[in-house]
Each structure stands twice: as structure tokens, then as C-alpha cells.
Design a protein around this ligand. Structure first.
Ligand code: BES
Ligand code: MN
Ligand code: MN
Length: 462
């Protein structure tokens, strides 16, 4: 047995116990109620970094939640790997749909995970995945096997759009100097089909407010004569797609990078089971832009989706009113080379243009980020592919993912280096949903793969 596998085998109970401690901390960055917990999670990471033997470990203050930094510089002349991850999590809502407490991790077996999966908010996104890096580096340090320098930068605001990270990165170019960035915050195809994510979508997120009368009105006395902002908002949103499910905002597709026919052929090689997909989601049919496959729709095509919508009375029973206001939160997932600011402007202009005079419309931008593509022919990718192949006995497929990690393009701009998205989650992990989980197989294979990465990276760079 390989050394690292022996180490994993001897220590996996402790690894899981430590991860459970971290998962018990409800570090929800979106909700100020959890502010102290977010700080406690940072403290936990700091302590773990110290325990495994990293140097210069510190909780770095920012205008928002801190970034936890730690490093091991074995020789300044050797290449440096920068590990990025996040210790914050999404809100656990809706709580009623969790089969167990989101912050009391439990292990359960499923069809996908015969060896068991850890159920807790953040298990896969991203505490479980980020923690694999600490454990892999723990192994390398304890056994004197770290062959390159490593720096860790773990943030606490990823799930709210990383508002402080660019502030921090801009002020710490030297400290964060690296040759490659390694991130596990994405997924694979299934447990027999490992992958490296080579594309991420960008994002423009807006909130819209539609205002009608200056107060809620009796829907009998005024109904029929006054514009109802809820009705109108629904109609406006419906107008944002045409019958072919294309987005109607003028100029929306102007800068979209279209994949070539050979690239689209290549994508067809990715295993995909439509029946299983529908069964898992409880849907009778899929729905999306004409002439594109499901995998294409959810990765290389831009989208527009309502993420939340509210207006009027939503409590028990009936209340007869015409609401004064209606709101929606809308995300647009972008592909290269769409620009998030440009798209936000185009959205606002069009959305206002389709509003009847009976209402006023306000559009507020919440956050955004660029899409990202990483090449497959550079040393970091090669080392990651070799590491995964050694751990899984199978070459990873390069895949485009539909999710967004806006700081990845920012790192490239600020630090000049590329990120390798070496993720071990599955789509069925239910990230951002109730009953989020992460396979124990994935957790342990991830640690093993990351351990090999450092060896191969050193070899390739020599
Ligand atoms: N880890 C996810 C992104 C992800 C997951 C990418 C799976 C690819 C595969 C990350 O934590 C996330 O949720 N990002 C947000 C964006 C952010 C600005 C809130 C997203 O994609 O919605
Ligand atoms: Mn994440
Ligand atoms: Mn997330």
C-alpha cells in the first residue's frame, strides 16, 4: 500500500471527527445572526493549520469576514502552490426539509454512496473539500514529503460573492505570490468518472423592485383599476424568455463564445443518463434552450433565472389586497466573453423598457463575476490529471461547470496565475439545498489525489 493510503487508513476516523467539529459551526456568511460562528470557523481553521505544522498562520482582518492564511516555505527557490477554499456556508433554509440537523453531521449510505456520506451544510461546499487539503498537507509535513512550497488562503465570504477578497488580494500580491492555485470547490461526473473543471460560468445577480400604489389596497375596491405590481412583475419576468427559451434582452448574446462543432462533439463523450437525471429531480421533462443538450444548457450557455420572488400577503389563509410592491432576485449565469457589468446594464435598460407606466421599477445589482476557462496543456493541469489518474485508476475528463467562482478570474488578473479546479463533489451532493452531503469515498480519494498532486507537480517543474 502507498504511504499516503496507509496514513489515510490509520487516521480517517480522526479526519472525520475533525471535519465534524468544523461542520458543527454554523458559519453562514449571508446572515448576520451567525457572525460569531463565522469567526469561530475561522479560528478552527487557524488552529488546524497550526496543528498540522504550517508557519505564519494568521487570521487576516478584512472589511468583512477574515481570511485565514498559513504557509510552509521549504525553499524560496522552489515552486509555490496556493490553496484557496472557503469556510463559510450557505444558509440551511428551508430547515423543515432536512432529514437531520444541518449542523449536526451524520453519516448515511445512499445509492450514490454505498460507503457512506456526511450529511451537513457545507459538507461538500466547501468545508469537506477544503479540509481535504489540510489533511493531505498534514500527511506531507508529518512525513517530510512536501517537495514544493505551499500557501493556504481560506476565506469566509465566498457564498456572498467574496466582497473582501479582492481588497485582500490587491494588498497582498507578494505574500500570495505563487506558481499555481489549487482549489477543490467543484465536482466530478460520478465516482467512477473523475474530472477537472476547465470552465466556470460568470454571474450577474440583480434584485428588482416593482412599485405600484403607495400602499396595499383593498382588492375589491381598487382591483381592476390599479396596476398590480405582482401581476405586472410576473408578466415582465415571463417576457425575458422567448418560445425557444432564449433570453430576450437586446444584445444579451452579443459576446457569447460559441463552442466549435468538434468541441461540442467532445462534450457528447461525457456520460449522462437523462432518465436518472429526471428521476433524481422528480421532473417529467427537462426544459431549456432549443438545440442544446442538457449538459450544454447547464454549462456553456448563459441563463436567466428567478431565484426568489415575493409580494403581498403570503401568510395563512386569504387576505384581499393589491400589494404595493413586488420583488424578485434574478441571476444571470454568463459564459466567456460576456461582461457582468455590461449584462447588468442591458438587463436594467430592457427591464425598465418593458414596464407599464402604472409601476415604477428599481434594479439593484448584488454581485457578479467573470466566467473562466483554464487550458489543459499547462504544468498544473498535467500534475492534477496525473494525480487523479493515480488515485482513481482513470484519467480525469476536462469539464465545463455551470457554477461560478468569481475570484478565480480575479486571481488570474491580480496574481497572474491559473487555478486548477480539482473538485471531488457530485451534482447529487445537494449543495445549497437541504440534505447537503459529501461522500466519504470522495473525501478520502480527494486527500489521496491532493497528496499525489504535490509529488507530480514537483516532478514536472524540475
Ligand atoms: N462551490 C460553488 C461553485 C461551484 C459548485 C462551481 C459546483 C462548480 C461546481 C460556490 O461555493 C458557489 O456556490 N458559488 C456561487 C457564486 C457566488 C458568487 C455566490 C454560485 O455559483 O452560485
Ligand atoms: Mn463553494
Ligand atoms: Mn456555494
Amino acid at each position: 500500500m502507498d504511504d499516503i493510503n496507509r496514513y489515510i487508513d490509520q487516521n480517517k476516523e480522526r479526519f472525520l471527527q475533525e471535519l465534524f467539529q468544523l461542520l458543527k459551526i454554523p458559519s453562514v456568511s449571508a446572515d448576520p445572526v451567525y457572525a460569531q460562528d463565522v469567526l469561530n470557523a475561522a479560528e478552527f481553521i487557524k488552529n488546524n493549520m497550526e496543528t498540522i505544522g504550517l508557519d505564519n498562520v494568521s487570521i487576516e482582518e478584512t472589511p468583512g469576514y477574515p481570511i485565514v492564511y498559513g504557509e510552509k516555505i521549504i525553499n524560496p527557490n522552489l515552486p509555490t502552490v496556493l490553496v484557496y477554499g472557503h469556510y463559510d456556508v450557505q444558509p440551511p433554509d428551508p430547515l423543515g426539509l432536512w432529514e437531520s440537523d444541518p449542523f449536526e453531521p451524520v453519516i448515511k449510505t445512499t445509492e450514490e454512496h454505498p460507503q457512506g456520506a456526511i450529511y451537513a451544510r457545507g459538507a461538500s461546499d466547501d468545508k469537506g473539500q477544503m479540509f481535504m487539503h489540510l489533511k493531505a498537507v498534514e500527511y506531507l509535513l508529518k512525513n517530510n514529503k512536501l517537495g514544493v512550497n505551499v500557501k493556504f488562503m481560506i476565506e469566509g465570504e465566498e457564498e456572498v460573492g467574496s466582497p473582501s477578497l479582492s481588497w485582500y488580494v490587491k494588498r497582498n500580491h507578494d505574500k500570495l505570490k505563487n506558481d499555481v492555485i489549487l482549489i477543490s470547490d467543484t465536482g466530478m461526473i460520478d465516482n467512477q468518472t473523475p474530472a477537472i473543471t476547465t470552465g466556470l460560468r460568470g454571474l450577474t445577480f440583480v434584485e428588482v423592485e416593482v412599485t405600484g400604489p403607495n400602499r396595499d389596497l383593498h382588492s375589491g375596491l381598487y382591483g381592476g383599476a390599479v396596476g398590480n405590481p405582482a401581476n405586472i412583475l410576473a408578466k415582465m419576468i415571463a417576457q425575458l424568455h422567448d418560445d425557444k427559451k432564449r433570453i430576450t434582452i437586446p444584445g444579451f448574446y452579443d459576446d457569447v463564445m460559441e463552442l466549435s462543432a468538434p468541441e461540442r462533439e467532445e462534450m457528447k463523450k461525457i456520460p449522462f443518463d437523462l432518465e436518472k437525471y429526471k428521476r433524481e429531480l422528480g421532473i417529467d421533462e427537462v426544459y431549456g434552450e432549443e438545440n442544446f443538450s442538457v449538459l450544454e444548457r447547464q454549462s456553456i450557455r448563459p441563463t436567466l433565472d428567478v431565484n426568489g420572488m415575493w409580494s403581498g400577503y403570503t401568510g395563512e389563509g386569504a387576505k384581499t389586497i393589491i400589494p404595493s410592491k413586488a420583488y424578485a432576485k434574478i441571476s444571470m449565469r454568463l459564459v466567456p466573453n460576456q461582461n457582468p457589468d455590461d449584462i447588468a446594464e442591458k438587463f436594467e435598460k430592457y427591464f425598465k423598457s418593458i414596464a407599464p407606466k402604472a409601476v415604477k421599477v428599481k434594479v439593484t445589482r448584488l454581485h457578479g463575476g467573470d466566467a473562466y476557462i483554464t487550458p489543459t496543456n499547462f504544468d498544473g493541469y498535467k500534475a492534477a490529471a496525473m494525480a487523479i489518474e493515480k488515485a482513481f485508476g482513470k484519467k480525469p475528463l476536462p469539464i465545463y461547470s455551470g457554477g461560478s467562482i468569481p475570484i478565480v478570474p480575479l486571481f488570474e488578473k491580480e496574481l497572474g496565475t491559473k487555478s486548477i479546479l480539482m473538485g471531488f463533489g457530485l451534482n447529487s451532493d445537494a449543495i445549497h439545498s437541504p440534505n447537503e452531503h459529501y461522500g466519504i469515498f470522495n473525501f478520502l480519494k480527494g486527500i489521496e489525489s491532493i497528496g499525489y498532486f504535490y509529488d507530480f507537480y514537483k516532478q514536472i517543474k524540475q
